[in-house]
Every structure is written in structure tokens, then in C-alpha cells.
Design a protein around this ligand. Structure first.
Ligand code: FAD
Length: 478
């Protein structure tokens, strides 16, 4: 069996790793991994500068989704896993240029504690009153998809959209609450609305069930997030070290994909090769372009999955030259504040031991669904914008405008984050139906069943396992 993996991000690498395992277990499975760039890892890319781990893309993964930590342990990186420093975990939201701490008892977007909600300066009195009255809402079955903004506005009002939903979701998806699908991004809240009416009552009931559950906890007592001591590139390097070097084709873009009478023909450069199966691990828009010649409708559905672009900027400072920073991991900036930054993490606080003593690292996140034009700006301009906004938001004493960072790193991520827009679930059903009619084709990556690193790993591994089981039923992967 010959399998082509197209795209060497984490999803494609996870698929390759699973196929390599099958090969080592004796399955007649051969694979080739095509990656258009000269390096593997896709969005995962880290650099160590003066002992500070600087992440260009993801800095960590959610511990509760176990696929990433499991893979790291399997690869011998168990000792390298670093839990987030949850004792210092506090998130601030920028409101009229000032930092306001997220109130205690907030379960994602839902306030569950009366007193902290009543006293927080995050919301105005009318919003607080609306939050209290939300408890009285009656069950409301909702058959059609709606945007996250519509769902949150209906329950808690526009201010909750602007100051909670929008900044929290743009920190995860680089997305826009008015576009993102509630059914896909907040499925539990949609269920709660149907069952309880009130999201607050639904959340409290879920919390009570969790408290009683014996399997409670975050994957063995770690932090909410898990990082790698040497950065996410450690995972990429460990995966690549397990793969067959001759199977890896870097700087090789696949330009054409065709069905043949017994499999697939894959064109890269001047070469046309035959494979039994294809794992498409590119962004969906690239997968759509390749599949249009095979199935135009499938191609169209894939090409039109929206993606957002983003920029990360790491600034390393001498801590002695900064003033006191507020407590916590950093802050989120609602779009209504009209700033370029969507969020900034205090890296030296979030994961201990990844920044040398005496240094402070700010990681700013810019761009998102509505600010793609920022990608065209020069590095110098972007660094100047972030320095200015850090000074304005944290105060000129904390980050003096005349103190320059010792190191600045700018990374641009054009069309890298899929947006689960309203209608995503229905689109996915169409994609699955059409893709399953094409034998040997698997689609994996952040556009389909989850945006995060653990989801991409899970999809990549599962696709490879399924193909091995289909084509070589006698030889298991384990
Ligand atoms: C700035 C940023 C911060 C993030 N932060 C987090 C985080 O903290 N935690 C978290 O869990 N997730 C985070 N994410 C999301 C997560 O990193 C990504 O969703 C995930 O890494 C995507 O992996 P992938 O393999 O699906 O796609 P990609 O990483 O995009 O890889 C796809 C690969 O396909 C290649 N390719 C495309 N077309 C072709 C072609 N025709 N031929 C050959 N190769 C091709 C591309 O060059 C690329 O390398 C972040 C993402 C970004 C951009």
C-alpha cells in the first residue's frame, strides 16, 4: 500500500508517524510526505533566543484534550511537558484602556457566581441585571445554527459579546463572534439552551455533575495548558526523528491530484506518481484547490471554509528596566477597543522555567478575522505598534516607551486558522458525504473537527489507522 500525505504540519506529521509505526509492525505500508515549505511542522515553530523559548505559532495545548500529551509521552518527551503556572492564572480584559480582571466564577462565557458578577467593573449595571434575569429563561430548542454573538447577546446582552465572547474567541480562533458558529464552537451551550433555557443554570448543573464524577481533573493534575520545555518544535523534531528520511519531500508542493482507475495520481514539480490513498493535511482552501478537478462541489465546499490570518510578536525585555506588571498570564483586547493587539501573554509567568531569570517576555497576538491588512506592515512598524500599545495598556511605568526590547521576533501566519463559521456543521456533513465516496481519501487538519494541536494530532493518527485497517486488514497498527 502506498500512501501520499500532503502537508507536513502537525496533522500530516501525526499521520506519517502512525504509518511509520504500522510499517515497523510489519504492515506493507509505504508513505511519502509532501511539504511545500523547506521545514516541517506547519504552524508549530519555536526558537530559543538567549535561553528564552519564543513560540512563533502555538505555545501550548489544552491539557484536557489528551492526544498531544499522549503523543509527547509516546515519543519520550514526557519529562519535557510543562504545566501552565495556574496559581498565577488570571486573565484581564482591556476596558476603555484599563485592565479589568475576569470575575471569579466565570465558566467560559457564563457567569455562575452572583457576588463577583455583581461587583466586577467588567459589566455595566444593565448587563448585570440582565445576567441575573437570565436564570429565569425557559428552555429554547434551536434547530438552526446561529452565531456565537447572537447566542451570547440573547442571553447576556451586547456588552457580554463585546467584552467576553469576542476577546475570548479571538484569542482562540483569531475569529469574529458574529461569524463563528455557536453549534460548532459552543455546542454545550446550545444544548444547555435547549435543555435548561438558562445557560447559567445549565453551567451550574454541569459543574455539579463534574464535581461528583470520579474522573474529575485535568489529565493527572497538570495545568490547564501544557507546553514543552524547549518549545513546540521539540514535538516536531521528535516526530521527524521517528520517520523514514527518504519518505520526506521538503520544498515540494503538490500541484495536482487525480483519481485513477485504482487509486490516486499525485503531481509535484515534473513528477507524477501513483498512490493507493491520499491523506490531505493542507489547509482546507489548499485541499479544495487540489480536489476541484476530482469533485468540483467538494472542492468548492473546502475552498470556501473561511480562514483568518494572524501575527505573533515576541518581545524580550530586561526585567530590571520594566516597572511592575499586573498579576496574571496577560490580557485580552476586545475589538471595540480599536487596537491592533488582540491579546498579550506574559510568557515568563504562564510557563515557568522557559524564560531566563531577569527577563520578561511579552507575546502579542495581532490580526484575526477583521484585520488581515496588518500582515502587509513592516516588522519595524508592527514592533512599534505593539510597544506603544503595551505602554498605553499596562502604563508607561510598567513598560516605558523609551525602553527597547532586547530582542523582537515577528511571525506572520496568513490564512492559517480555520474559522468555524455559521453553517459549519452542515458544510462538514456535505464534505464527509462527498469525501467518503472517494476511496482512499482522508481530510485532516484544523478546518474539520477542532482547531487545536491535540485535535489535529488525533485526526492525523486516526486517518492513518483507518487507511491501514482498510488496505491491510490483517496487520494492526498497535
Ligand atoms: C499563531 C497561532 C497560534 C496558535 N496557538 C495555538 C495554541 O496555543 N494551542 C493550540 O492547540 N493551537 C494553536 N493554534 C492552532 C494550531 O497550531 C493549528 O490549528 C495547527 O497547528 C494546524 O495544523 P495543521 O497540520 O492542520 O495545518 P498547518 O500547520 O497549517 O500545516 C499545513 C501544511 O500544509 C502545507 N501545504 C499546503 N499546501 C500544500 C501543497 N499543495 N503541497 C504540499 N504542502 C502543502 C503547508 O505548507 C503547511 O506546512 C495556533 C495557530 C496559530 C497560527
Amino acid at each position: 500500500m502506498r500512501i501520499a500525505i500532503i502537508g507536513g504540519g502537525i496533522a500530516g506529521l501525526a499521520a506519517a508517524y502512525e504509518l511509520e509505526k504500522a510499517r515497523m509492525a510489519g504492515a506493507p505500508a509505504e508513505y511519502t510526505l509532501f511539504e511545500q515549505r523547506e521545514r516541517l511542522g506547519g504552524s508549530l515553530s519555536s526558537e530559543i533566543v538567549g535561553g528564552a523559548v519564543l513560540e512563533r505559532g502555538p505555545d501550548s495545548f489544552i491539557t484536557e484534550k489528551t492526544a498531544a500529551a499522549e503523543l509527547c509521552r509516546e515519543l519520550g518527551l514526557g519529562e519535557e511537558l510543562v504545566p501552565s503556572n495556574d496559581e498565577a492564572r488570571k486573565t484581564h480584559i482591556v476596558v476603555h484602556n484599563r485592565l479589568v480582571e475576569l470575575p471569579d466564577g466565570l465558566m467560559f462565557l457564563v457567569p455562575t457566581k452572583l457576588v463577583p458578577t455583581a461587583f466586577t467593573p467588567l459589566f455595566s449595571l444593565p448587563t448585570k441585571a440582565r445576567m441575573a434575569l437570565e436564570l429565569l429563561r425557559r428552555p429554547h430548542p434551536n434547530g438552526h445554527d446561529q452565531s456565537v454573538a447572537e447566542l451570547v447577546e440573547r442571553h447576556f446582552g451586547q456588552e457580554a459579546v463585546d467584552r467576553l465572547a469576542d476577546p475570548l474567541l479571538s484569542g482562540i480562533y483569531g475569529g469574529d463572534a458574529t461569524q463563528l458558529s455557536a453549534q460548532t464552537v459552543l455546542p454545550r451551550m446550545v444544548e444547555m439552551e435547549t435543555q435548561y433555557g438558562s445557560l447559567t443554570r445549565g453551567m451550574l448543573a454541569a459543574h455539579r455533575r463534574m464535581a461528583k464524577s470520579p474522573s474529575r481533573g485535568t489529565n493527572g493534575g497538570g495545568g490547564i495548558f501544557t507546553a514543552l520545555r524547549g518549545g513546540m518544535s521539540q514535538l516536531v523534531d521528535a516526530l521527524v526523528a521517528r520517520l523514514e528520511p527518504s519518505a520526506l519531500r521538503l520544498s515540494t508542493a503538490v500541484s495536482e491530484l487525480r483519481r485513477t482507475y485504482d487509486g490516486w495520481s499525485v503531481v509535484s514539480g515534473d513528477a507524477r506518481e501513483s498512490y493507493d490513498a491520499v491523506i490531505l493535511a493542507t489547509p482546507a482552501w489548499a485541499a479544495g484547490e487540489l480536489l476541484t478537478a476530482v469533485d468540483a462541489e467538494l472542492g468548492e465546499d473546502l475552498r470556501t471554509i473561511p480562514y483568518s490570518s494572524s501575527i505573533t510578536i515576541n518581545l524580550v525585555y530586561d526585567e530590571n528596566r520594566l516597572g511592575d506588571l499586573p498579576s496574571g498570564f496577560g490580557f485580552l483586547v476586545p475589538a471595540v477597543e480599536g487596537r491592533a493587539m488582540l491579546a498579550s501573554t506574559f510568557v515568563h509567568r504562564k510557563f515557568l522555567g522557559r524564560t531566563p531569570p531577569g527577563k520578561a517576555v511579552f507575546r502579542a497576538f495581532l490580526g484575526g478575522a477583521n484585520r488581515a491588512a496588518l500582515l502587509e506592515e513592516s516588522d519595524e512598524k508592527l514592533i512599534a505598534i505593539v510597544r506603544r500599545e503595551l505602554s498605553e495598556i499596562l502604563g508607561a511605568k510598567a513598560v516605558p516607551p523609551n525602553v527597547a526590547p532586547e530582542h523582537a521576533q515577528v511571525s506572520r501566519w496568513p490564512r492559517a486558522m480555520a474559522q468555524y463559521a455559521v453553517g459549519h456543521k452542515a458544510r462538514m456533513e456535505r464534505i464527509e458525504a462527498r469525501a467518503s465516496a472517494l476511496p482512499g481519501l482522508r481530510l485532516v487538519g484544523n478546518a474539520y473537527e477542532g482547531i487545536g494541536v491535540p485535535d489535529c494530532i488525533r485526526m492525523g493518527r486516526r486517518a492513518a489507522q483507518e487507511l491501514v485497517e482498510t488496505f491491510v486488514p490483517a496487520v494492526g497498527v498497535e
